[in-house]
Write a protein that binds this ligand. Sequence first.
Ligand code: SAM
Length: 225
Amino acid sequence: MRDLLKQTIPNLTDEACDKFVAYYDLLIDWNARMNLTAITEPSEVAKKHFYDSLAALPYLPDGAKIADVGTGAGFPAIPLLIMNPTLRITLVDSLQKRLTFLEEVLKTLDLRAEIVHARAEDFGRDPKYRGAFDATVSRAVASLPVLLELTVPLLRVGGKAYCYKGDVSEELPLAKSALHLLHTSAEAVPVASDYGARTLVICTKNAPTPSTYPRKAGLPSKKPL
Ligand code: SAM
């Protein structure tokens, strides 16, 4: 696994490499008891989970306050944190058992992050978190119009939602109305990959989010903006 990681992830220090190995071991161990990932081959995990999670890394300044909405088994937040431990990350998911796994990951890897068990719709209405983040990161959580309603309310004005996506040629035009209603603009940046089209959709919040968003839990996906 060490050699694979060094080949796959540029500029990997020995310390970061050790943490990725420990994360991989925990992922495989816990995956035997709970559904965390269908990808388990070392080379596939190195590429499709670890390397893939790092797409937003160059855009995140030291100390940035970030929410990973729908983090699941910790992607993309944990790889980002391994590479830059100064990031102040809040891990959000509605499934408690995945958060129990993440508590163990943080402890074993000696990393610090906040863990919050919540639906993103409720999290985005909590005054403690609404408008409090420089950035959000999200991978494989929802279609772009739904994801924008779940993440943009969390951002300060000027903050950015980094949405990890595949081919967005059909999805991006469908987000036009959500971008407009949430006062947000989007830029699609292709990500280098030999495992299919990967795109980072970078959405900038240009003005405060109307208080109507996010709507109550379930509604964003049932009736996307
Ligand atoms: N981001 C991880 C990744 O890339 O592997 C997990 C992806 S998994 C397919 C989607 C995750 O989003 C699940 O853990 C699910 O519980 C969480 N999720 C979906 N909708 C959510 C919501 N409205 N609020 C909080 N978490 C949500």
